[in-house]
Design a protein around this ligand. Structure first.
Ligand SMILES: [Zn+2]
Ligand SMILES: [Zn+2]
Length: 374
């Protein structure tokens, strides 16, 4: 009888996950089957679980396996797979990281070389898990990596919990800050000190930011933001008036405003406040508001009159994942990355993991990311 593996099937908004068993597939000639070591619960997993995100708008449906911030060991290699995307030899048992999206290579953005903008990048790797190869999400024992997904051997000496976070959160902020054209010595405001925000503080510093200011409502996260490179923090529970917070950013930037403001809160109301914090010529980097039809009252003159711009960034080119892994290797002793992951749950306990991660996201505490370990 074929070897079986478990997958936590997402059946509906806040419904219990169904722990189903499927036969572990053999990989196609250019594919891999990975035994998952760890999958973090990302903010977007929570959005989907809570029903904030319309799955259909992403080309997805119920009956799938969620989870994309993951890492694992090679369980089986396709007959034609010899190396990772950088030419390093691969063998069974090697720890690997892989882009969780799968570019189709035939849509217009793919033809232009913008694989992260692929029109089928998210829907193509995910399909109902009743259908082979079954394992197309991170909350499972196995994951099926298709040949078109970039694969990298995990760096030696970096813990799986860190490597898993490279996949979404870290790569996202690296690419976002590059797209915002952050320059040496510029000032950066980070709205939201969750997983993405903390990485954003560290990456902005590493890219040469002169001053990094983190804004959040949870003291423990603001403390953590300081150890991730924030020079200044603003607590929205202490400073409740948005105008006062804009004034504070002006004070902290010699009345110039911030050159880059990074939105990783995921709440539209913070956008006008963040735009007001920008310097003339400043760039507003929008990455957190991924849910359709959530809006804010906009005054476009705030952009036009001061030559400010707004940049939306979703996903990242596969090369960014390599940059993220390299960054973890060289910076792992400079920042307390281990504090980003505070709770680990078994796959059997996934309902609890989601309920608690959801509660943590609204409550004081230092919990930034929970993860599931099969
Ligand atoms: Zn495409
Ligand atoms: Zn994510």
């Amino acid at each position: 009888m074929a070897e079986m593996g478990r997958a936590a099937v997402f059946r509906g908004v806040k419904e219990p996950f169904e722990l189903a068993e499927y036969p572990v597939p053999d990989p196609g000639p250019r594919d891999l089957v990975v035994k998952i070591e760890r999958t973090n619960i990302c903010g977007s997993d929570l959005h989907i679980w809570r029903g904030d995100t319309n799955l259909a708008s992403m080309g997805l449906t119920y009956g799938i396996v969620l989870g994309h911030e993951m890492t694992g060991k090679i369980h089986a290699l396709g007959g034609k797979v010899r190396t990772d995307s950088l030419g390093q030899t691969l063998k069974e048992g090697d720890n690997v990281v892989y882009a969780y999206y799968c570019p189709c290579s035939r849509c217009l953005p793919c033809l232009k070389g913008d694989q992260h903008m692929c029109m089928a990048s998210l829907s193509s790797p995910v399909r109902p898990c009743e259908m082979p190869p079954h394992f197309l999400g991170g909350f499972a024992d196995y994951y099926y990596v298709k040949g078109r997904q970039a694969v990298f051997k995990a760096p030696q000496g970096v813990e799986p919990e860190l490597v898993a976070g490279a996949n979404c959160a870290l790569s996202q902020v690296i690419y976002g800050l590059e797209q915002a054209n952050l320059q040496f010595g510029e000032s950066v405001v980070v709205q939201g000190a969750g997983g993405l925000g903390l990485f954003a503080c560290a990456v902005a510093k590493e890219m040469g930011a002169g001053k990094v200011i983190a804004i959040d409502g949870i003291d423990a996260r603001l403390e953590l933001a300081r150890s991730f490179g924030a020079d200044e923090v603003i607590s929205i529970t202490e400073m409740t008036d948005p105008r006062a917070r804009v004034g504070e950013v002006m004070n902290l930037t010699e009345n110039a405003g911030a050159d880059v403001v990074v939105e990783v809160v995921g709440i539209p109301e913070v956008v006008p406040e963040g735009i007001r914090m920008l310097a003339r010529g400043g760039r507003y980097l929008e990455m957190g508001n991924i849910n359709p039809k959530m809006t804010y009252k906009a005054d476009p003159s705030l952009l036009v009159g001061q030559n400010r711009s707004m940049i939306g960034v979703s996903l990242y080119p596969p090369y960014t994942l390599k940059q993220a892994l390299d960054f973890l290797v060289r910076a792992r002793h400079r920042y307390p990355f281990e504090k980003l992951l505070s709770h680990a749950y078994s796959l059997d306990d996934i309902d609890n993991a989601f309920q608690e991660a959801d509660a943590f996201s609204h409550q004081p505490g230092a919990v930034v990311r929970a993860s599931v370990v099969p």
